[in-house]
Design a protein around this ligand. Structure first.
Ligand code: HPA
Length: 241
């Protein structure tokens, strides 16, 4: 089963999701509502990362409950849609980016292994298979995109300072967001394949003179939504699951 996680601006549902049905999943970490439905003729599960009914900010997302709920729903492969700021000038607003590496600045521990010593491998933190498939679709649809890159995860909820972004650029960061890394770590521990599909919604702080507002980021997500649906439709058609 394929799971799609929706981020900022994709709270209620996924455009194109047919026969949506909310299911309440109980987990050891709390209750989560997932939406089961059909997309491209396939049964999938959609999860609104920030919550479906009431939205919580990035630092209060119950990532463990979310990933556990997807696992319990039978999800084996996750496409995680996520809004990001562009640090690398080759990744401007309006672009899709499929990151291949991450750097974690959340300064929090994200794990299911609190009581046992277990270390999962993170050499390839995301999914080469999903990245290739979605990258091919983006290429065919001629949507502006980059099929690799380093995602830097910041704690938020504030946007970064230009000094922070300069540092992140120096250490190799290409895009910046607040949510992907906890999910990627937890998904790996659960044995779920995970690939972020990032939408660049603003230049990271200091890259352009413009101030960043949440409203602007939501507007760009809305502007890119039709393209996102087209990408997901073609990709999900092809992904074996
Ligand atoms: N920084 C961090 N997270 C984000 C940004 C940003 O500039 N844009 C969208 N999510």
């Amino acid at each position: 089963m394929i799971g799609v996680i929706g981020g900022s601006g994709l709270y209620k549902s996924l455009k194109g999701l047919e026969k949506p049905r909310d299911v309440v999943k109980q987990t050891p970490y709390g209750q989560v509502i997932v939406t089961a439905g059909y997309f491209s003729g396939k049964e999938i599960v959609f999860l609104s990362r920030h919550g479906k009914i009431k939205q919580v900010p990035p630092h209060r997302i119950n990532h463990r409950a979310n990933i556990y709920a997807l696992k319990k729903s039978g999800v084996e492969k996750i496409i995680a849609v996520s809004a990001v700021g562009g640090i690398n000038t080759e990744m401007p607003p309006g672009f899709f980016v499929l990151p291949s590496q991450y750097i974690d600045f959340t300064r929090e521990v994200h794990t299911f292994y609190d009581e046992e010593i277990k270390h999962v491998d993170m050499t390839e933190p995301f999914s080469a298979e999903l990245r290739k498939c979605i990258g091919n679709v983006l290429e065919e649809l001629k949507f502006q995109h980059v099929d690799h890159g380093v995602y830097v995860c910041m704690p938020g909820p504030q946007f970064e300072t230009p000094a922070e972004i300069k540092m992140l650029s120096t250490i190799g960061g290409d895009i910046v967001g607040m949510t992907v890394v906890p999910e990627a770590k937890l998904a790996r521990e659960m044995g779920i394949t995970y690939q972020p599909l990032c939408m660049v919604v603003n230049w990271a702080a200091g890259i352009s003179a413009e101030q960043i507002t949440h409203e602007t980021t939501l507007r760009v997500v809305a502007e890119m939504n039709d393209k996102l649906t087209a990408v997901l439709q073609k990709a999900i058609e092809r992904i074996e699951a």
